[in-house]
Design a protein around this ligand. Structure first.
Ligand SMILES: C[S@@+](CC[C@H](N)C(=O)[O-])C[C@H]1O[C@@H](n2cnc3c(N)ncnc32)[C@H](O)[C@@H]1O
Length: 344
C-alpha cells in the first residue's frame, strides 16, 4: 500500500500525471519522505544493508595505503563522498592520522555525521577552496538516480511511473528525453538486446560537478557493477533492485520510500567518462585492489596473532579475519568493481 501523503506530495510537486524513473528514485530515496531521510543510517547493522567498511575495519587501511602511494602533496586534503555512518572516514583518518572531509545528501546520515563532529557538507561549493586533491567513494553511484530506457522497434522510450485514479502507481512509457538519448549515443549503448537500459546521465552530471567544483587529482570509486560487453550474461532484463532490512525486496513501486532502490553501475560508461575528461584509469575487482594495497600482509599477520592468542582477544581476531575474508571474497564484496582515476 503506497502512502497517500507521498503520492499527494508527488502530484503537487510535479504538475504531470507521471514521473520519469530518475525523478521517482530521487523522491523515494532523498525527499523528506525518502528512505534515506528516516530511521537508522541505512548502511549499518541495525539498518538495511552492510557495506565493506561496515563489514571490516580494515577496508580503510587499503584505501589509506592507496592514498599514501598516490598523493603527491601530503598537505592536500581528502574527501569521502556519501560517507553514510562515517565508519570508512574514521578508518582512513586513523591510518593516515589526518582529518577527512565528508559529503552526504541523506538527511539521517548528515545528522549522524554532524553528531560525530565530521567536517561534513552536502554542498560541494563549500569544498572548492579546501585543497582537496583526493576523492574516494564506496557504493554511492548505485544510489544516484538513473533513468530507464526501453527500445521498441528502433525507437527509444523512457520508463515512467504513473498515478492511477485510485492513487496507486503503475509503470508506463513516454518518448525519451533528448539528454538521455544523447547519453546513450555518446557512450554507444545502442545494442541493448531487449534489456532495459539504466541511463546514468545523472551520474555523469554528478561527476562533472565533482570535478569542476573540487578539482581532484585522484578519484577512487568502488561499487557493484558490470562492463557492458558482459551485460547479456546477466539473466535480468533490468538491473534495478531494492533492499530492505538486509534482504532483496519488492518492485520499486510497491513500497516507495520503504526500500533502498539501487542498480548495477555501468563501469564501461565510467571508463569512457574518465578517458574523455583527461584522467587515466585502472579498473579492477575489489579483491585485486585489496591484494595490491596490502591484503596478504594484514591477513597473515592476523592469522599469526590468532594462533598465539586466547579468550576474548582471540574472538575479536576471529571476527576481524572473517570480516577481511568477506570483503575479499570474489563471490561477494570482493567481486565489486573498483576504478582508480588519475588526472593527466
Ligand atoms: C549505499 S550508501 C553507502 C554509504 C557508505 N559509503 C558506505 O560505504 O557504507 C550510499 C550513500 O551515498 C549517499 N549519496 C548518494 N548520492 C550522493 C551524493 N550526490 N552526494 C553525497 N552523498 C550521496 C547516500 O545518501 C547514502 O548515504
Amino acid at each position: 500500500m503506497v502512502e497517500k501523503k507521498f503520492i499527494d506530495y508527488l502530484k503537487n510537486k510535479y504538475s504531470k500525471n507521471y514521473l520519469y524513473f530518475d525523478e521517482f528514485m530521487q523522491e523515494c530515496l532523498y525527499s523528506d519522505y525518502g528512505f534515506f531521510a528516516k530511521g537508522e543510517v541505512r548502511s549499518s547493522k541495525s539498518g538495511d544493508f552492510l557495506t565493506s567498511p561496515e563489514v571490516s575495519n580494515y577496508f580503510g587501511l587499503f584505501i589509506s595505503n592507496w592514498i599514501k602511494e598516490n598523493r603527491i602533496n601530503s598537505d592536500s586534503n581528502i574527501l569521502e563522498v556519501g560517507a553514510g555512518t562515517g565508519s570508512l572516514a574514521n578508518q582512513v583518518s586513523k591510518y593516515l592520522e589526518k582529518e577527512i572531509y565528508v559529503s552526504e545528501i541523506s538527511l539521517n546520515a548528515l545528522k549522524a555525521l554532524k553528531r560525530k563532529n565530521f567536517l561534513v557538507d552536502s554542498n560541494l561549493d563549500n569544498y572548492g577552496s579546501s585543497q582537496i586533491k583526493t576523492i574516494y567513494m564506496n557504493e554511492v553511484l548505485d544510489n544516484i538516480p538513473c533513468s530507464v530506457g526501453i527500445e521498441v522497434d528502433n525507437t527509444w522510450y523512457e520508463k515512467t511511473i504513473e498515478f492511477t485514479k485510485d492513487n496507486e502507481l503503475r509503470y508506463g512509457k513516454v518518448e525519451m528525453r533528448e539528454s538521455n538519448l544523447k547519453w546513450i549515443k555518446k557512450y554507444n549503448f545502442l545494442d541493448n538486446q531487449d534489456n532495459e537500459l539504466e541511463i546514468q546521465y545523472n551520474t555523469e552530471q554528478f561527476l562533472d560537478e565533482l570535478i569542476k567544483k573540487v578539482d581532484p587529482n585522484h578519484l577512487l570509486i568502488f561499487d557493484y557493477g558490470f562492463e557492458y560487453e558482459e551485460r547479456n550474461l546477466k539473466p535480468y532484463k533490468s538491473l534495478i533492485r531494492t533492499y530492505k532490512e538486509h534482504h532483496l525486496s519488492s518492485d520499486p513501486i510497491e513500497m516507495p520510500t520503504e526500500t533502498d532502490i539501487t542498480y548495477d553501475v555501468n563501469f564501461s560508461f565510467l571508463k569512457q567518462y574518465f578517458e574523455e575528461n583527461n584522467f587515466e584509469y585502472k579498473i579492477m575487482k575489489q579483491y585485486e585492489f585489496l591484494d595490491k594495497y596490502g591484503y596478504k600482509e594484514i591477513y597473515s599477520s592476523l592469522k599469526n596473532q590468532f594462533v598465539e592468542t586466547y579468550g576474548v582477544d582471540q574472538l575479536k581476531l576471529k571476527s576481524d579475519i572473517v570480516g577481511l575474508e568477506a570483503i575479499h571474497n570474489d563471490r561477494g564484496l570482493g567481486g565489486f568493481y573498483c576504478i582508480e582515476a588519475k588526472k593527466l
